[in-house]
Design a binder for this molecule. Structure first.
Ligand code: PLP
Length: 405
């Protein structure tokens, strides 16, 4: 949880600015807010960091996906290709917007694969919601080619990808829109929050209006504003934005630390020929939030997880075996696979485009069974990092010694 490791005087100062005026609302009240516009300032810094013209903040990464889909005109009955390894919000965002998710294969990048996407395309496919999982990017060049060939929209769910890039271009800037999350577990956090980014002025206005009941945000009289479109309330509050503003100013330091720490873990794991690594198309663009590695098979992966736990590694950092995780892999999303919902959704009316309970995703299943991710922290001391490295070495030596006996 990198961002939350670094709360300090900077976050407190920004929050106090807001409390001094009492204007917790992001719009209007120009005469009493003493020129404090935390959401606007946060958006400006986010846009600058990502090298885009526009950013608009909202309540979460989940609502960022919903806003992006709506602004790009993806709705009732449109098929959207999504990964089965993500946070469930990606698929929920599609379903709640009326679209029909199609789950496609991932590859060693841990993101949707170009081959998987091609195999999932139908005449009804309108968009790909590409998730840049665990802080690094998909094979974006090949995926952009597919979008061009089939005239598909590309929404990038960069909730886990702030700071990731491909050949110097930021994750979230390749398609129509990028979507960020600033929940408590992300690289920078506002507690709860999210944002979309884009370069298209028209899409930007659709997004900022949709996220506030369609308000056009012209002038300083909210009651007199026009509403070009119907929307909903996904507005970010000034208190959250204040924390986000202090945090985005720490992103370069966070990335530097994470990359340094990840390298130590990588070098430790690389001593074992049985270990292989996630493929990252541009290693220089790795945000380095996770140390992801594969074991030869599920039995070995489970044995390594058990040994890391026995050695107390979870006291130092998170050990993720995503295959068993309830919110990141479709295997454990029984409620979504069965489309359990309190209300009727478009997917009920039109029918799901795939049998969600019998998906054939053998490549994904094989990768997920063998994948372990270690959370990379920012504030580790050299001593903690050395302790962690030696525990990883011990765990792997023990498991491989047993396997080779
Ligand atoms: C890939 C992905 N998309 C969307 C989200 C949703 O973000 P939030 O928790 O801010 O709603 C997350 C959060 O974990 C995520 O990892």
């Amino acid at each position: 949880m990198p961002g939350s490791e670094l709360f300090g005087a900077e976050e407190r100062k920004e929050v106090n600015d807001v409390l001094e005026t009492g204007v917790l609302f992001r719009y209007n009240h120009d005469s009493i807010r003493k020129n404090h516009w935390k959401s606007r300032d946060f958006e400006a810094e986010l846009a600058k960091f990502n090298g885009v013209k526009y950013a608009h903040s909202c309540t979460s990464g989940s609502t960022a996906v919903a806003i992006a889909m709506a602004a790009c005109g993806i709705g009732a009955g449109d098929e959207v290709i999504v990964p089965p390894f993500t946070y469930i919000a990606t698929a929920e965002g599609a379903m709640l917007g009326g679209a029909l998710p199609i789950f496609a294969e991932i590859d060693e990048t841990l993101c949707l694969s170009p081959e998987g996407i091609r195999a999932a395309i139908t005449p009804k496919t309108k968009a790909i919601v590409l998730v840049h999982m665990c802080g690094a990017m998909a094979k974006i060049t090949e995926i952009l080619e597919i979008c061009k060939e089939f005239n598909l929209l590309l929404i990038e769910d960069t909730a886990q990808g702030l700071g990731a890039s491909y050949k110097g271009k930021a994750a979230g800037t390749f398609g129509q829109m990028g979507c960020f999350s600033f929940d408590f577990f992300k690289i920078i956090t506002c507690g709860e929050g999210g944002a979309i980014i884009c370069n298209d002025e028209n899409l930007y206005h659709k997004a900022e209006q949709f996220s506030d009941h369609g308000h056009d945000h012209l002038g300083d009289n909210r009651g007199a504003e026009n509403h070009p479109i119907v929307g909903f309330n996904y507005r970010m509050g000034e208190m959250n934005a204040a924390v986000g503003l202090a945090q985005i100013r720490k992103i370069d330091y966070i990335l530097l630390q994470q990359r340094k720490h990840k390298k130590v873990l990588h070098d430790t794991l690389a001593k074992f020929p049985e270990v292989s690594f996630r493929h990252i198309p541009d290693e220089n663009g790795d945000a380095a939030t996770f140390m992801d590695f594969f074991l030869p098979d599920e039995t070995t992966a489970r044995a390594v997880v058990a040994e890391l736990k026995a050695l107390g590694v979870p006291d130092i950092t998170g050990v993720q075996y995503w295959y068993d995780n309830n919110y990141h892999y479709i295997r454990n999303w029984e409620h979504l696979r069965n489309m359990n919902s309190p209300m009727k959704m478009v997917v009920h009316l039109l029918g799901a485009p795939q049998d969600y309970n019998n998906l054939h995703l053998p490549k994904t299943e094989n990768l997920m069974q063998r994948l372990i991710s270690l959370v990379v922290k920012v504030a580790w001391t050299d001593e903690q990092l050395q302790t962690l490295s030696s525990k990883i070495t011990q765990a792997l030596e023990k498991v491989f010694a047993k396997a080779n006996a």
